[in-house]
Design a protein around this ligand. Sequence first.
Ligand SMILES: Cc1ncc(COP(=O)(O)O)c(C=O)c1O
Length: 378
Amino acid sequence: MGEREVTLPQFYAQDLARLDTMARRRGLALPRGRDFSSNDYLALAGSDALRDAAMRALERGVPMGSGGSRLLRGHRAEHARVEEDAARFFGSEAALFMSTGFAANSLLFSTLPQKEDCIFHDALIHASAHEGMRLSRAERRGFAHNDVDAAADAIAQWRASGGSGTPWIAFETLYSMDGDIAPVAEFAALARAVGAMLFIDEAHAVGVYGPQGRGLASGLQGEEHAIVLATCGKALGCEGALVLCSDVIRDFLINRGRGFIFSTAPSPLMAAVVGDALRLIAGGDDLRQRLRTRVQGAADRFAALGIVLSGSQIQPVVIGEEARTMEIAAALQAEGFDIRGIRPPTVPEGTARLRLSITLNSDEEDMDALIQAMERLL
Ligand SMILES: Cc1ncc(COP(=O)(O)O)c(C=O)c1O
């Protein structure tokens, strides 16, 4: 092994300097200005309703920490209850509560597909799915974004070249950086036709779409071959994730999933509040209607600016060049809008963008002011 010529801290500093020259160095910035960047679509995160839910839980003695792995003393009544509530609400046989969506995807992709299987994933699938696939023994192949025919061709090629296990089809229902929606029913039909399992990530759709906010995959959650991920840190305004699956898959994850076994159970307090968040979204048709009206109103104004519409509450404005993207984001921030620039590798090369998120934390007036500022800056 060759010796490194610089010390590790020097290496880190050089790497950061390289990111600087590429306008890719990131830093942490507190929320400031009107919210056009969070995933708190229904404005539940800071709501009185969830604060009250947390207070009530604390008053009845729900502990802050679980104190251990779910397989040891960390398993609490609040975990069991939120999983029962989630399974009933989404219509799945079972549910498993995890501390984050990233941890859940990492667990699912690394644990479920086996050596002879192959995971066929959308080209734009989230980093957490890639993390799980990296740890998986199964082969993986990407297919063009939202392209069901490309997925079908890839599976057929794999079979023709001797692929003998189960194909897995992995996609998101609403893409976090593009705001576009997957052809969910067509992927489900393909899975049925070729005997595939489905990984469906509903991170940005749960709470916002579907009957009672059950998501764009509502109806598939009860199917044996579908594993659906509902995250709790976005429209639900909390933290964590619910894996919606069959009893046997839940049991397998509990017995074989390293990220489940060797990790402290999520906070029972959070589990209790997530239960309340599920009830809030179930009764949240008025919130969803308000958000929809806001998105439609924004769409007309974006279209007038020549921005290609995503059709959802996530609206990217692709700038392309990274430094320019960050300059425009900074200018908008200086005018009081919390808008963040998104650069590669989070998005493909050459597609640096502003990611606008429409939430109930901002109102019509905020949107009008933003459009005026964008007109000037773009
Ligand atoms: C599509 C998708 N899946 C999973 C995750 C991870 O979820 P969490 O933020 O709860 O870790 C995210 C978060 O950005 C996401 O956008």
